[in-house]
Design a protein around this ligand. Structure first.
Ligand code: SF4
Length: 347
């Protein structure tokens, strides 16, 4: 079914209402009726095909806003989307994010066909360690409990005792009986974990591998000092994938979901968001009264997603777009994620 002019215009108006306030865009794009009208036939088509195929689209907060507000059924951070993947009864899950997230969806929804718009959407963190590398680390620390951040590959999850997210990492690690923790693959989050547990008076030895997020490890304390000088009353909001120096200088450090909650409930006039720009775009939509000063950065992997690739993956996915996992590995990875759901304070 081709969209009629009336249907396309209604779709363009729907998009405009959602995207009007977004001005944190790669290439300086602005959203107005013309730009929304230009993509409306495509979002209309994707939403139609989605119903025909019994598909859902999960979109991470860092992908382009036209995906998040144009076609996604659920939008959010890794933890929220992993819950939605677990609950999904759809035949097809299109995961607009990066490959490790789609793998997580496949681990939790094995009956569904899980597809990614672009197979090259890796992640500097997840790709820093594979199952072989983790087995070598485990041999060095045989008495350690292995905790993997959700930003890890399926084979790393299969080798780990429990998975964590940026929202539940402190709670879960603090309550594990082991004194020695091998935390992979994020070195900076591991350092922040070490500092936070010390602050809470929890005795743990945290050993880390050497991965970092190429977006969050780029921020420095100088960015914060310079911004505070220009904007009195500024609130600095950072992700725990940032360096410990940045975390120490920020007003709030937390997961993507808790960063959004902090901004929405704070009365401050200005915000410096030390994270991926997609989150700022979401806040411009969902908290349009707040002012965000420049400072966020783009994740090149997340930006490989596009509406055209979402449509193509939905209509006829190529083999490289379909996530497949060895069943034994999937079951071991599922056990590690299920352990997180059992130990998480948010369930
Ligand atoms: S923002 Fe960082 S952690 Fe997230 S996908 Fe990009 S590289 Fe990976």
């Amino acid at each position: 079914m081709i969209a009629t002019d009336t249907a396309t215009e209604a779709e363009a108006e729907r998009l405009l209402r959602a995207l009007l306030h977004v001005d944190c865009e790669p290439g300086g794009r602005t959203w107005n009726y013309e730009t929304c009208r230009a993509i409306a036939p495509l979002t209309f088509e994707i939403n139609r095909i989605k119903k025909e195929k019994d598909a859902i689209i999960l979109a991470h907060s860092y992908v382009e806003p036209e995906i998040i507000y144009g076609v996604a059924d659920f939008r959010g951070d890794s933890y929220y989307l992993s819950l939605k993947a677990r609950e999904a009864r759809a035949k097809v899950i299109v995961f607009a994010g990066v490959v490790f997230m789609a793998e997580t969806a496949k681990i939790l929804s094995p009956e569904a066909t899980v597809v990614v718009p672009d197979r090259n959407s890796g992640c500097s963190l997840a790709d820093s360690l594979n199952g072989d590398g983790l087995r070598q680390l485990k041999a060095l620390y045989p008495d350690a409990t292995v905790v993997c951040y959700i930003n890890s590959t399926a084979d790393v999850k299969a080798e780990s005792d429990v998975c964590v997210t940026s929202g539940n990492v402190y709670h879960i690690v603090a309550n594990l009986p082991a004194k020695r923790i091998l935390f992979v693959p994020d070195r900076l989050m591991g350092q922040n974990l070490r500092d936070e547990l010390k602050r809470r008076g929890v005795q743990k030895e945290i050993i880390t591998s050497d991965g970092t997020c190429i977006v969050h490890d780029e921020f420095g304390p100088a960015d914060i000092a310079e911004a505070r000088g220009r904007y009195p009353g500024l609130k600095v909001v950072a992700h725990p994938e940032c360096t410990p120096e940045v975390a120490a200088a920020a007003d709030f450090v937390g997961s993507t979901g808790s960063m959004m909650k902090f901004v929405k409930t704070s009365a401050a006039p200005y915000y410096l968001m030390l994270t991926e720009c997609g989150l700022v775009g979401r806040l411009q939509v969902e908290a349009p009264e707040k002012v965000f000063i420049a400072g966020c950065r783009l994740c090149p992997y997340m930006k490989l997603n596009s509406l055209e690739k979402v449509r193509d993956a939905l209509i006829a996915p190529r083999p490289d777009q379909i996530i497949t996992l060895d069943e034994g590995l999937r079951l071991r990875a599922a056990r590690c994620i299920d352990r997180m759901f059992e130990l998480s304070p948010t369930i």
